[in-house]
Design a protein around this ligand. Structure first.
Ligand code: AMP
Length: 310
């Protein structure tokens, strides 16, 4: 069943604790999500970039076979969203150095007519008004899941609360869940978010995995024990891409009665965890660009074996 995503296409500058810096690399919530999801199912992209999006970045995006870019607008006279971040020594915490909204502050991208029958919807990080606008254009949505982050909780909380009343699931980092709810306890924060509307919330805790709080139960999943961590940027978006890609692929088999059920989402978290562990092995989309399905599935098998306790 068709998966669609909206979010940012960005030009990122990333600084590591070692002082190493990569400037102007391809990034953005939608970019990472779509690349990751494309390993599991075709994914439709609705996003807007400026005319300054380097052609090599566009080529990288187009190199992912299952990514449908008919909904990517390159707007003349506008500038692409830019973000800069710096990782702290533990590689799990980061500081945003700058966010230049640029084209994000303008008219949002439109959903092409050909995408209107999309059933699985992921609203990757972007302004909640854009996320709400996208939902309005998707009458056939069967599963609606969103991501958010500190910037939007701080500057657009009312719109975000409106969005929470209209989605099935939310995926966010622990710090953001705390900022949104005021709870330092993960389960309490999760339950508070369910009171705001969604049926489930996935609270990510970096190298410590995630806590899944659903109206029908609670589960915890560790992160894949990664030995190579070069650049964690996009870990959250690739995690969501693996999760939603798996749910959409399972939906296509016709066996999935309820895509937001506790069991369906819990199984999909495994794929999200594993593809995120590949993404952090290199800068930008470098690792996903070279990833093979054999490598992916053998790590999913290895992780599944690690989770089994006799
Ligand atoms: P993640 O590491 O999964 O949180 O995603 C990082 C990506 O999100 C980077 O490539 C940024 O370009 C993008 N990003 C950073 N801040 C925002 C924001 N406020 N809204 C949307 N995307 C953002």
């Amino acid at each position: 069943m068709s998966l669609i995503v909206t979010g940012t296409i960005g030009i990122d500058t990333v600084e590591l604790p070692t002082g190493e810096k990569r400037a102007d690399v391809l990034g953005g919530s939608c970019t990472y999500f779509a690349a990751a999801a494309s390993f599991f199912t075709p994914v439709r992209v609705v996003a807007v970039a400026g005319e300054d999006l380097p052609s090599e970045h566009e080529r990288t995006l187009r190199s992912f076979e299952n990514v449908d870019l008919r909904g990517l607008e390159k707007r003349a006279g506008s500038k692409t969203f830019r973000w800069g971040g710096k990782y702290l020594a533990n590689m799990d915490s980061r500081e945003t150095l700058f966010t230049d909204l640029n084209v994000l502050a303008e008219e949002p991208p439109a959903v092409p007519q050909a995408y209107r029958d999309s059933a699985y919807v992921f609203l990757a990080n972007t302004h909640p008004m854009v996320q709400l606008g996208m939902l309005e254009q998707l009458p056939s949505a069967r599963l609606k899941v969103a991501d958010t982050m500190d910037l939007w909780i701080n500057i657009a909380k009312a719109e975000l609360l409106q969005l929470l009343g209209r989605i099935d699931g939310l995926v966010l980092n622990f710090d953001e869940a705390e900022l949104l709810t005021g709870h330092r306890n993960t389960v309490s924060a999760g339950r508070h978010i369910l009171d705001m509307g969604p049926r489930f919330v996935v609270i990510k805790k970096g190298e410590h995995g995630c806590i899944f709080v659903h109206r029908d139960g609670i589960a915890a999943l560790p992160a894949f024990p990664a030995e190579v961590v070069i650049d964690p940027t996009g870990a959250g978006d690739t995690f969501a891409g693996g999760m939603m890609g798996t749910l959409a692929a399972d939906g296509a088999t016709g066996h999935q009665k309820d895509p937001a059920s506790f069991g369906a989402v819990r199984r999909a978290l495994v794929a999200g965890t594993v593809i995120a562990s590949f993404n952090i092995e290199s800068f930008s989309l470098e690792r996903l660009s070279s990833l093979t399905t054999d490598e992916l599935h053998s790590r999913i098998d290895a992780f599944t074996r690690m989770l089994r306790i006799e």
